[in-house]
Design a protein around this ligand. Sequence first.
Ligand SMILES: O=C(O)CCC(=O)C(=O)O
Ligand SMILES: [Fe+2]
Length: 295
Amino acid sequence: MSALPVETRFSLGDEITEEQQSFLDHYGFLHFESVACPEEMERITGELDRIESEWLQERRRFVHGIPLFLGRDWEGRPYVQRFAFTTRFSGWMRSFFHDARFEPVRRLVGQDARVGQDEKDGVVVNRFLNVPGSVHKRLGWHTDGLRDIFAFRMPVPQLNVGLHLDNIRAGDGGLRLLPGTHNQGFLSTCFRKLYFLYHRPDPGEFAVETKAGDLTVHDGRLWHRVARSTRKGEASLRRAIYVPYLTGPFEPKGDQSATPPYHHIGRLIRWFRGAVAAAQRRKNHQGSLEVNRHS
Ligand SMILES: O=C(O)CCC(=O)C(=O)O
Ligand SMILES: [Fe+2]
């Protein structure tokens, strides 16, 4: 039982303290302040812009079987909203996530845990945006153990480590957690909410408010969602990088790797959303032409 309130934020030291461990056991997550500095945030932003323009130029749609989320930004330009295997394309980011400061987090996952830069979806970057052309405005309720649930087994203990790139207050949308739900049974993991389709706030949810450079660790079995920002345009941007720390057999992916079934479903939904947004843009455009003609 953790004696600390749910909004407690910690500093990351050389070791995970007993207090931090009992907080994680009790609530299912941890929030560390200022783990990366502004210069590192800037460097990451620059690397993402470079990778994005390379991918757009080569018309890339997948990395190792994982689809990119391709939407439009606040000015209607093509915009990558979910990057997969990011560190395959940036030597600087690859070594950044091996930095000694992350060691206590790695050991928290397991003594033999590794950064899965080339496994699962690799290092993932989410760029949530609340603009008409966005295909990634929010994310419905889920746990991160979906792969296991598809196989009808209890999700294996797993921790998800997120580095946050923006200053986010509750009104800016962002991560909402249901503290303690990592200790639930299999039925609740499967059916507490309708996976990804249910977005309504829960009276028991906790809004994680971050500053750029903060790190969060959450148990993969914890129920969580990402709320849509109440802002519009560029001000609604929220970016988070997720680093998989893995144990078990090394299973690297390559260009022949298959696309997991749930990513196919996601692609279909994003295609539909993109088509609706494009139709809306055409309608607005025609509307403004009509107005100009009559004025
Ligand atoms: O953006 C976040 O903080 C969480 C994203 C998330 O839950 C996921 O990608 O599974
Ligand atoms: Fe998640």
